[in-house]
Design a binder for this molecule. Structure first.
Ligand code: SF4
Length: 442
């Protein structure tokens, strides 16, 4: 008998991608196999994100489109999970307007999926499974990893910071760190299986370990992971500037496997706006962290997140952001137009910035940043860099793509057999976003 097929569409961040890897493991344990073709699937899951309105609207659009598939195949099971499902209003909308959805479960119920499926198949009625508290013991489900050469490891869940624009603390709950022994065990297993790169995930990895019975620092965890033989690269994200310690900066310079890349979300260059965002650092503190990072790791690449048009942002505030961007000279950034999220205190703030003003500032910001990226990338022409090959290029099957230790995207001639290997590449052409080159012998 042929196996039933599942299809997962993941929205949002790496945490969600990693959750989808866990869900894959559970579904394969329940005798499903993956398919890339949605129309072939017997089980379709949307793993949702609610950080931005845009992502939420896409989920509703997608659910609307799935109705036709369900009409054609009433046996099809449609499920929705992820951060959006942690909010009552999204769940109600789905239950009222998208009655063809069969299963709704939250970020803390992933491990219950076998029972949820059982309940659904027993009763044939919509199942709703939402918990508020994460049970760490239950959350140790293995994963089916998307790649064979790089892997995510969760080191903490949730967030206690309550930035005024952000829904994550409401959706993912309080910050909890995983025991270091479990993380080290998982890393050793990945090393034995031949993985080349691990990425440690948490909403705020810099505060890792503070909630443990025997607290340890993130830098100490990195030291333990650096000592494991096998893989050659360690990355992590995300980091909060207020918790970036001198010990971590030292570790960045001292530990050979930690990649020379730091994603340090600044969000705004204005102290007034940072205060309204409840970010708990100043631009001066941030710039000092950047100075120390560059002193310790001179070739470090810095990337960031910036929100344009936070409530009350004036032209002067925005100039402060532009000024900070010019001082730091980021290698790349995620830039966003502020979007009010229900339940956050920023959504209720006065002086919401008009859309046209936001868009104009956004354009000026990205123009400034793209010029900087290009200038910085031009400095790399002639350099030879180590690339971990990820995939065939989307547009040309004779070219491959991968990432440097500094997380720059590189394209160069090659073939499928090189996926997952480390290659030395001499850079000869660049754009604002990519490096191009040719393979050289190491
Ligand atoms: S640190 Fe702030 S932005 Fe990041 S997840 Fe926590 S509340 Fe959201």
């Amino acid at each position: 008998m042929s196996k039933k097929k599942y299809f997962i569409q993941t929205f949002g961040c790496q945490m969600n991608e990693h959750d989808s890897e866990k869900i894959s493991y559970i579904l394969e344990g329940a005798s499903y196999e993956a398919t890339d073709v949605q129309e072939e699937a017997d089980f379709i899951l949307l793993n949702t994100c609610l950080v931005r309105e845009n992502a939420e609207n896409k989920v509703f659009g997608q659910l609307g489109a799935l109705k036709a598939l369900k009409n054609k195949n009433p046996e099809l099971v449609i499920a929705v999970s992820g951060c959006m499902m942690q909010t009552g209003s999204a769940r109600e909308t789905i239950r009222e307007k998208y009655k063809h959805v069969d299963i709704i479960f939250g970020t803390k119920n992933i491990d219950d999926l076998p029972y949820i499926l059982h309940e659904y198949f027993q009763n044939g009625e919509t199942v709703l499974a939402i918990e508020d508290e994460l049970d760490l013991m239950k959350n140790e489900t293995p994963v089916i990893r998307k790649d064979k050469h790089k892997a995510y490891i969760s080191i903490s869940y949730g967030c206690d910071n309550y930035c005024t624009y952000c829904v994550v603390p409401y959706a993912r709950g309080k910050e909890i760190s995983r025991e270091p022994e479990r993380i080290i065990e998982e890393a050793k297993m990945l090393a034995e299986e031949g993985y080349e790169e691990i990425t440690l995930l948490g909403q705020n990895v810099n505060s890792y370990g503070k909630t443990l019975d025997y607290p340890i620092s993130f830098a100490s965890l990195l030291k333990e992971l650096n000592a494991i033989e096998g893989y050659s690269r360690i990355r992590f994200m995300s980091s909060h500037p207020k918790d970036l310690s001198n010990e971590l900066i030292e570790a960045m310079g001292d530990l050979d496997k930690i990649c020379e890349h730091f994603h340090l979300p600044v969000q705004s260059g204005s102290n007034d706006i940072l205060k309204k965002m409840n970010r708990k650092y100043t631009r001066e503190h941030y710039l000092e962290m950047v100075r120390k990072l560059r002193e310790k790791v001179p070739n470090i690449a810095l990337t960031t997140d910036i929100i344009v048009g936070f409530p009350g942002e004036t032209e002067e505030d925005f100039d402060q952001t532009l000024d900070l961007v010019r001082q730091v000279r980021y290698d790349s950034a995620f830039t966003f137009l502020y979007s009010p999220r229900e339940g956050t205190s920023a959504a209720k703030m006065e002086n919401q910035v008009p859309k046209e003003v936001m868009q104009d500032r956004f354009k000026r910001l990205v123009d400034c940043m793209y010029d900087i990226y290009l200038e910085k990338n031009q400095e790399k022409i002639g350099e030879t860099v180590e690339v971990l090959v990820d995939s065939l290029s989307k547009n040309d099957p004779n070219r491959i793509s991968g990432r440097t230790r500094t997380n720059h995207l590189v394209h160069f001639p090659g073939d499928e057999s090189m996926i997952g290997t480390l290659q030395m590449v001499k850079i000869n052409t660049v754009t604002s976003f990519t490096l191009e080159g040719v393979r050289v012998d190491s």
